[in-house]
Design a protein around this ligand. Sequence first.
Ligand code: SF4
Length: 328
Amino acid sequence: MTEPETTPRTGKRVLLAKPRGYCAGVDRAVQTVEEALTLYGAPIYVRKQIVHNKHVVQTLEAKGAIFVEENEEVPEGATVIFSAHGVAPEVYEQARERSLKAIDATCPLVTKVHQEARRFASEDYDILLIGHEGHEEVIGTAGEAPAHIQLVDGPDGVDKVTVRDPNKVVWLSQTTLSVDETLETVARLRQKLPLLQSPPSDDICYATSNRQHVVKEIAPDCDVVIVVGSRNSSNSVRLVEVAVDAGARAGHLVDFADEIDDAWLADARTVGVTSGASVPDELVQQVLAHLAERGFTDVEEITTANERLTFSLPQELKRDMKAAASRG
Ligand code: SF4
């Protein structure tokens, strides 16, 4: 009897994490730039990287987006889009002063943290914002109430915390942190401030925690976990750390498949693959093709959650799209 022709089994396999890649906030932000380019025409200015991914930024640049660091680089009267990470109120003010047409692509889950910060500040709380110093999201959130907010950059930042009234303190966080490290930071804060209040709902977003959860599931079976994502993407960097903490022998972050070093795969039988929340899936497919060329043809997708959340486009853009459509 002749054996049917199949791909030869090599004993090398890939565990592919799901959920991975684009979250609802990134999808909305990228679509916002694309729709703005279609509606208003190029160039469209974007303050900061719309999402922290090299490929996405390069692709939008090729379509006519111009990425700037600050509003003052945008010509007066032009259209500017604020990135998914959110901005401080002063950035809206600067845009008004320069007569810019501002479109806010801040993820609604970041906006929720801004609203919490404003509310607790208005009630005169001291707010301990757990997050990474210098990250755009943290700068934006802290800008909501600088006099009330102090940054706590991980468990080691707890010692420096001082508050006016230990009975009136709340913690908030950046949306893309390590869930486990944040719990550790909060536990350390509680030792110091037993009456510390928690945010009304989780600030670490569903996408961040879901991506970390599935990586924890696959990591113990993996010789190496490859995370597709950029170095300035907080949630992507966290996935590498989570993979190694959860038992993967090694973890590596790559923007593109050709950054994978063959030495990482030399003794590996099982490779885990995932991607950060700002990564289009075509980059993951390129990694799978790269691995298949090296004998990792057996791909098993491990699913721990199905995500269905979507966010509608910013109101100011939708209004203009509707007006354009009614003009025919
Ligand atoms: S990672 Fe979370 S907070 Fe950030 S854009 Fe995505 S859904 Fe929003």
